[in-house]
Design a protein around this ligand. Structure first.
Ligand code: C2E
Ligand code: MG
Ligand code: MG
Ligand code: MG
Length: 278
């Protein structure tokens, strides 16, 4: 078909649309199946004390090997789960799995679990967290829930009430990917977070953009004043780590320290005995 042919273009266009629609439908049904057949997995990435490099906890990151083969990024399938109304089920599964795993670790280690903004549309999440804790026996103070600014976009009374209810269970609340959204600072006045996670983007640019370093310094100072601790995400080299230590960032996380790994590869006790970082 000639490109100049208007009709041909339309045919191409609709074939393309149809193709994409089919792919989307396939992805959706595969995800439903993966969820119902327990084909999802949780990997864990360690969080380290910035100065001693000692492991202080882990973040749970969901994984999906589609057809048991290629890994689909959560950045791709979490939105699909949200759209299909599967995120509550998926989120609760990750939560329980992560709590069950963390309950087997030394009791000073924490576990962080990411929550989708969609899980905040009702207060069902409070029951989900309560059940995960009581079913696994994990002490509430060891569980940290990571939320993004988008949870607070509306900052409705209902959302804030849900956050306070979660806090009352004794769990900690962290603000993830801080600095990427808009009007970030205003969110800090709406809820007393326990922790702020500085977005990887700032860490990546720390030694090449003076402004990135300034933003990090500002976040750390502000967090200190507000009684929150800071974790820097995406630390990939020693220079970044040194700078983060120098500005007083509390915790670091990133490929320099460790990549996310399946639970059976963590060897939590052995690592801690050696005081090693990976
Ligand atoms: P996030 O919560 O900000 O997680 C950090 C992401 O950065 C993870 O990607 C992690 O593997 C990656 N990362 C860690 N260190 C480094 C580093 O040094 N360099 C680079 N380049 N990347 C690093 P992942 O696992 O692909 O997850 C992507 C996002 O998907 C997460 O971002 C989180 O928003 C979401 N997600 C993951 N698991 C869950 C889950 O169980 N529930 C929900 N609702 N969202 C999840
Ligand atoms: Mg996170
Ligand atoms: Mg993050
Ligand atoms: Mg991030």
């Amino acid at each position: 078909q000639s490109k100049a042919d208007g009709k041909g273009r339309i045919t191409h266009f609709s074939q393309d649309m149809e193709q994409r629609l089919l792919e989307r439908k396939a992805l959706e049904s595969d995800l439903r199946e993966a969820l119902s057949r327990n084909h999802l997995e949780v990997h864990y990435q360690s969080l380290h004390n910035s100065h001693s490099r000692k492991i202080e906890g882990f973040e749970a990151l969901v994984r999906w090997k589609r057809h048991g083969l290629h890994t689909v990024s959560p950045a791709e399938f979490i939105p699909v789960a949200e759209r299909l109304g599967l995120i509550d089920e998926l989120g609760n599964w990750v939560l329980r799995e992560a709590c069950r795993e963390a309950a087997t670790w030394p009791s000073d280690l924490t576990i962080a679990v990411n929550l989708s903004p969609v899980q905040f549309r009702t207060d069902k999440i409070v029951q989900g967290v309560l059940r995960a804790l009581s079913d696994t026996g994990l002490a509430p103070h060891r569980l940290e829930l990571e939320i993004t600014e988008s949870v607070l976009l509306e900052a409705s009374a209902a959302t804030l009430s849900t956050l306070h209810q979660l806090r009352q269970l004794g769990v900690r609340i962290a603000l993830d990917d801080f600095g990427t959204g808009y009007s970030s600072l205003s969110y800090l006045t709406r809820f007393p977070f326990d922790k702020i996670k500085i977005d990887r983007g700032f860490v990546t640019d720390i030694s090449t953009r003076a402004s990135a370093l300034s933003v990090i310094e500002m976040i750390v100072q502000l967090s200190n004043k507000l009684g929150m601790i800071t974790t820097a995400e995406g630390v990939e080299n020693e220079e970044q780590l040194r700078t983060l230590q120098a500005v007083g960032c509390t915790q670091v996380q990133g490929y320099l320290l460790a990549r996310p790994r399946p639970a059976e590869d963590l060897l939590v006790k052995e690592q801690r005995a050696q005081g090693a970082s990976h």
